[in-house]
Design a protein around this ligand. Structure first.
Ligand SMILES: Nc1ncnc2c1ncn2[C@@H]1O[C@H](COP(=O)(O)OP(=O)(O)OP(=O)(O)O)[C@@H](O)[C@H]1O
Length: 359
């Protein structure tokens, strides 16, 4: 996101970026950031064209069968806008409302109040649902089927008719090629997860909603899944991911939302949430003059052998690096100084999030 793009804030401070390059010519010209309200924008055709997910003041209260009690509030006024093509990760503690929100996106749960729009339409519209690929947290797979038989049955339900070759390619794409003739009943958790992903990928959906996509998958499998999700994004799909594996979320997503007590308490680009625009980690080859580096503003990172540098601009960064090189230091590594998502989550929850649902 370039700094020159206008950024607006919704009711809860959720960042809403008017995607100038995508929308030039048909978004309203320069609305006042102060006057801007997500609620007003939800459902408007100009925003629908660029947003994959729009949620405005969404509340969900689960009521008991006989409605004797006040019910359990799972979502307590959630505002969110996710651009098409983004990779968005929703994180939060148990009971924060993540699954409930996913269910509203899929049209499985109807909000008690507020509005949700997906791919510019109503989540309950079968035409919208057909454009979404979903990997649920808990997979129910028919034990007696082979992967291809299962995918063929899912394809039929989605109204798709991929050929045998396409199904074989999909099974291979998720790393189940050698197991393609085995019955699913004998599959490990990670293998079942891969198959669930393959089912979500059927029909090249515009939006992929993934609930714990790498749960139970081994480290190499996770890397494969990340690669596949990268490919999906490259073809234009939007990713919406819910995961407790924060390191995975960091690696897959470029925007993060933190949910607590049914509300979004933080939302933004990963780099905004986890790092400063001006802090860098630097590593030099052995033998660099530590005193000289210190004089140039590099601060040693305790016990890691690296250095931290604050630089206001890319020009200032390069100037400091040039000076260091002139002093004989050889640069071997440079990256932004980012905090773990875990720290960001802890800070956000400390700052105002209830642990779970709202009573
Ligand atoms: N069908 C239901 N009936 C009553 N309460 C429910 C129902 N589904 C969820 N809840 C409640 O709504 C709140 C949010 O639950 P939800 O499953 O959406 O959270 P979550 O963030 O997905 O949690 P987890 O990370 O543990 O999966 C919780 O208090 C939960 O007990």
């Amino acid at each position: 996101m370039s700094c020159s793009e206008p950024v607006f804030r919704g009711r809860l401070g959720a960042r809403l970026v008017a995607p100038s390059r995508l929308t030039e010519g048909f978004l309203p010209r320069s609305p006042s950031p102060r006057a801007f309200r997500l609620r007003a924008a939800v459902g408007r055709p100009d925003y629908a064209a660029v947003l994959a997910i729009e949620a405005s003041s969404v509340r969900k209260v689960y009521r008991g069968f006989f409605r004797r009690s006040g019910g359990q509030t799972a979502l307590a006024g959630l505002d969110l806008a996710i651009q098409r093509g983004a990779a968005f990760g929703l994180i939060g503690l148990n009971g924060a409302g993540k699954t409930t929100f996913i269910k509203t996106l899929l049209g499985v749960v109807r909000p008690t109040s507020g509005a949700v729009r997906v791919l510019g339409g109503d989540p309950e519209d079968p035409g919208v649902r057909a454009r979404i690929g979903y990997l649920p947290e808990r997979l129910f797979l028919p034990s007696a089927f082979t992967p291809r038989q299962f995918l063929a049955s899912v394809a039929r339900m989605k109204g798709l008719s991929p050929g045998e070759g396409a199904l074989r390619a999909l099974v291979e794409r998720v790393g189940l090629g050698v197991d393609s003739d085995r019955k699913i009943g004998g599959f490990s958790k990670g293998m079942r997860q891969r198959l669930g992903l393959a089912a979500a990928l059927l029909g090249q959906p515009e939006l992929l909603v993934l609930d714990e996509p790498t749960d139970g998958v081994d480290p190499l499998g996770r890397a494969e899944i990340r690669r596949i999700l990268g490919e999906e994004r490259a073809r234009g799909a939007t990713l919406f991911l819910n995961s407790h594996l924060l390191s995975e979320t960091e690696r897959i997503c470029d925007r993060i939302g933190i949910l607590a007590g049914g509300r979004l308490v933080r939302e933004g680009a990963l780099v905004e949430l986890c790092g400063s625009e001006t802090a860098y980690r630097v590593r030099f080859a052995d033998g660099a003059d530590a005193a000289r580096l210190g004089a140039l503003g590099f601060r040693p990172i305790d016990g890691e052998g690296g250095w931290r540098l604050e630089a206001e601009s890319p020009a200032a960064l390069n100037e400091a690096l040039d000076e260091a090189r002139r002093a004989g230091a050889l640069l071997v590594e440079l990256s932004r100084d980012l905090r773990d998502l875990e720290d960001v989550l802890a800070e956000a929850l400390g700052a105002g999030g209830a642990r779970g649902g709202v009573a």
